[in-house]
Design a protein around this ligand. Structure first.
Ligand SMILES: [Fe+2]
Length: 203
């Protein structure tokens, strides 16, 4: 009995990402290679899982465990970076449209949302996400320490702030706070509003 998984390919890098204000081409190109690495890793792991004999699960248990754990890291890395790259390339400012309305409703003000996201990004080891939680019907700023920790079920990430050093060290050294401000200044809220629309998130 075998399970077949399709291979996937990395999304193209939008040309606008090579001309961000304050985040260098060098950083983005290196960062994009890491993302391609997650795509390759996902395909490689699923290829290996294809060959695991599940009928002798005791013997393969440790292999299966490490493959399955690594798979969450690789797939998390793909999803996180696809959001990250897709919603950069704009001019930041205050979010308008439905996303802006949701932010004001759930955080009280745009400034409060930004302050909370920034603090979450400074406290996290890998990610801070603004996500819509379908069970609670509201936005949260969630914290992440790695690609696979700590996403929450039934929540949809709309903003993904990468705070791994690879996202900013070349341009900002250890000054993560300035990087986060720059990230916010490069967000494309039209993209975020398109996602809100596409997912059917309503006020
Ligand atoms: Fe990253």
């Amino acid at each position: 009995m075998t399970i077949t998984y399709e291979q996937i390919t990395a999304r193209e890098l939008k040309p606008a990402l090579l001309e961000l204000d304050g985040i260098s081409r060098e950083t983005i190109e290196a960062h994009y290679k890491l993302y391609q690495g997650y795509v390759n890793k996902r395909n490689e792991i699923l290829g290996k899982l294809d060959g695991v004999d599940l009928s002798s699960a005791n013997q393969v248990y440790s292999d299966l465990r490490s493959l399955k754990v690594d798979l969450t890291f690789a797939i998390g890395g793909i999803k996180n970076h696809e959001i990250y790259f897709e919603h950069l390339g704009g001019s930041g400012g205050d979010p308008a449209g439905i996303f802006g309305d949701l932010v004001k409703r759930d955080f009280g003000s745009v400034d409060a949302w930004k302050a909370d996201l920034k603090a979450t990004g400074l406290a996290g080891r890998g990610w801070a996400w603004t996500a819509y939680d379908w069970d609670e019907g509201r936005l949260f700023n969630y914290i992440g320490d790695a690609q696979n920790t700590f996403p929450v079920w039934n929540a949809t990430a709309l903003v993904a702030l990468d705070v791994y050093e690879h996202a900013y060290f070349i341009d900002f050294g250890t000054d993560r706070a300035s990087y986060i401000d720059t990230f916010l200044n490069n967000l494309d809220y039209d993209v975020v509003n398109d996602w809100v629309q596409k997912y059917g998130i309503r006020k």
